[in-house]
Design a protein around this ligand. Structure first.
Ligand code: ADP
Length: 396
C-alpha cells in the first residue's frame, strides 16, 4: 500500500488529493482557501461526504497541520507514515526542467530563482513544500512543473521577435503553462486513438485560465500562454493577447501606472472586463441568454479566440486528427463546445454528435463517425499525473 498526496499550493490556498497508488483511487481530496484570514475555509471530501469548516488559519504550516490532523482524526490514515510522498505542482520551472524531479536543494533554489517569473505561485509552492517537509519529514517530495511539457517547443515557437539579447541575457521567452493538463489530456486522446505512431492533437484547456496546445506525436509543439499565463486566449479575468501599444497609450494618455495596468490585465479583463457581469463563464452565458449585449459580446470574443488558435495549430500541425476539450468550460459547457465546433465545421469538416455532446458524461467522443476530425471531451486530471510522477521518480 503506498499513499501519495498531490498538492497544489497557491498564495492563499492549498488543494490536495490523497491517492492509494496501488489502484490509483482518490482516498480524499479538498481545498483550504483564504489561508491567512480569520475566516479560512477548509473543505474535505471523504467517503462520498463533503465537510466544510470555517476557521482561522494563519499560514500554510497551520493549513498542512490541520489537514494532516483531520486525516488522522477521521481515520483516513492510521498514521502519517502511511503517506510515502508528496507531489507538488509547481507553476514555473523555466528552462531548467523538461520533466518532474525529486526535490533537493538545487531544485528549491531554482524554484526560488524563478519566482520573478511567477511571483504569486512559486513562493507559495515553496511555502507548501516546507510545511509538508516539517509535518511529514519521512515523506519523499517531487516537483511537477506546469511548464515542463512545453519545453519541447522549438526556438521558432518560443522566441519573441524582440532583440535577441533579452532572451540571451534575461531568458525572456515563451514558457507556456497548464503543461500537466495538456500532457494528460493529449495522452488520453492518443490512447483513445489506439496509440498510433503519428498523431496530431489540439488540446483546448478552457477554465478560469485557458490555453490551447498543439501536440504532435505526443510532443508539445506550441501553446498559447507565453512568458506568463497572461498571454493567449481571453480568460475569466485575463485579457490574453493584446497590442502592447495599448499599454503605452493607457500609461501616457490615461496616466495609469504600470502595476495598476498589469493588475487590470490580469484581474479585471477577459470575460469580466468585457461583459461587466462576472468572470465565471456560467454567469456570463446566462446573462447573454437573457439578452445582455456585452455578455454576448464577451462570449463571442472568447469563441473567436479559441477558434483562431485552433486554426493556427491546424496549420502548424499540418492537419489535425483530434481536438480535445477540457477544464471547467471545456468539460461542462455543452453550448460552448457546440458553438466552437459549429464555427469550425465548414473549414475542418467537423460533424458534431449532439446526443453525445449534450447528454454524454465524462470522457467521450462527441463527433459522428463521418466527421473529418474527432472531437473528445476529456476531464483533465493533473493530480493523477503528479501522483504518478511522484511514485515513478521515488520508485515507490
Ligand atoms: P481553474 O481550474 O482554472 O480555476 P476551472 O477549470 O475550474 O478553472 O474552470 C472554471 C470555469 O469553468 C468557470 O468560468 C466556470 O464558469 C466554468 N464552468 C464550470 N462549470 C460550467 C458549466 N456547467 N457550464 C459552463 N461553464 C462552466
Amino acid at each position: 500500500m503506498s499513499k501519495i498526496i498531490a498538492v497544489n499550493a497557491g498564495s492563499s490556498s492549498l488543494k490536495f488529493q490523497l491517492f492509494e497508488m496501488d489502484d490509483e483511487h482518490v482516498i480524499t481530496s479538498g481545498v483550504i482557501e483564504r489561508i491567512g484570514f480569520e475566516d479560512a475555509i477548509f473543505t474535505i471530501k471523504y467517503d462520498g461526504e463533503k465537510v466544510i469548516k470555517k476557521l482561522e488559519i494563519k499560514d500554510h504550516s497551520q493549513a498542512v497541520e490541520l489537514l494532516l490532523d483531520t486525516l488522522i482524526k477521521r481515520n483516513i490514515v492510521a498514521s502519517l507514515d502511511e503517506i510515502k510522498a508528496v507531489g507538488h505542482r509547481v507553476v514555473q520551472g523555466g528552462s531548467y526542467y523538461n520533466q518532474s524531479v525529486i526535490i533537493d536543494e538545487q531544485v528549491l533554489a531554482h524554484i526560488d530563482e524563478l519566482k520573478k517569473l511567477a511571483p504569486l505561485h512559486n513562493p507559495a509552492h515553496l511555502t507548501g513544500y516546507y510545511a509538508f517537509e516539517k509535518a511529514i519529514p519521512s515523506a519523499g517530495a517531487v516537483a511537477v512543473f506546469d511548464t515542463a511539457f512545453h519545453q519541447t517547443l522549438k526556438p521558432k515557437c518560443y522566441i519573441y521577435p524582440i532583440p535577441y539579447r533579452f532572451y540571451q541575457e534575461h531568458k525572456i521567452r515563451k514558457y507556456g503553462a497548464h503543461g500537466t493538463s495538456h500532457f494528460y489530456v493529449s495522452s488520453r486522446v492518443r490512447d483513445l486513438l489506439g496509440n498510433p505512431e503519428h498523431s496530431k492533437i489540439i488540446v483546448a484547456h478552457l477554465g478560469a485560465g485557458g490555453s490551447l496546445s498543439a501536440v504532435k506525436d505526443g510532443i508539445s509543439i506550441n501553446t498559447s500562454m507565453g512568458f506568463t499565463p497572461l498571454a493567449g486566449l481571453m480568460m475569466g479575468t485575463r485579457s490574453g493577447d493584446l497590442d502592447p501599444s495599448v499599454i503605452d497609450y493607457m500609461i501616457e494618455q490615461l496616466g495609469m501606472d504600470m502595476k495598476e495596468l498589469i493588475s487590470i490585465l490580469n484581474k479585471e479583463s477577459g470575460l469580466l472586463g468585457v461583459s461587466g457581469v462576472s468572470s465565471d463563464f456560467r454567469d456570463v452565458e446566462r446573462a447573454a441568454i437573457h439578452g445582455n449585449e456585452r455578455a454576448k459580446l464577451a462570449v463571442d470574443i472568447f469563441f473567436r479566440r479559441v477558434i483562431a488558435y485552433i486554426g493556427r495549430y491546424f496549420i502548424a500541425l499540418g492537419g489535425v486528427d483530434a481536438i480535445a476539450f477540457t477544464a471547467g468550460i471545456g468539460e461542462n459547457s455543452v453550448t460552448s463546445r457546440k458553438e466552437i465546433l459549429s464555427l469550425l465545421s465548414e473549414a475542418l469538416g467537423i460533424i458534431i454528435d449532439d446526443e453525445a455532446n449534450e447528454f454524454g458524461k465524462g470522457e467521450r467522443l462527441i463527433t459522428k463517425p463521418e466527421s473529418k476530425v474527432k472531437v473528445y471531451v476529456i476531464p483533465t486530471n493533473e493530480e493523477l499525473v503528479i501522483a504518478r510522477d511522484t511514485k515513478r521518480l521515488l520508485a515507490l
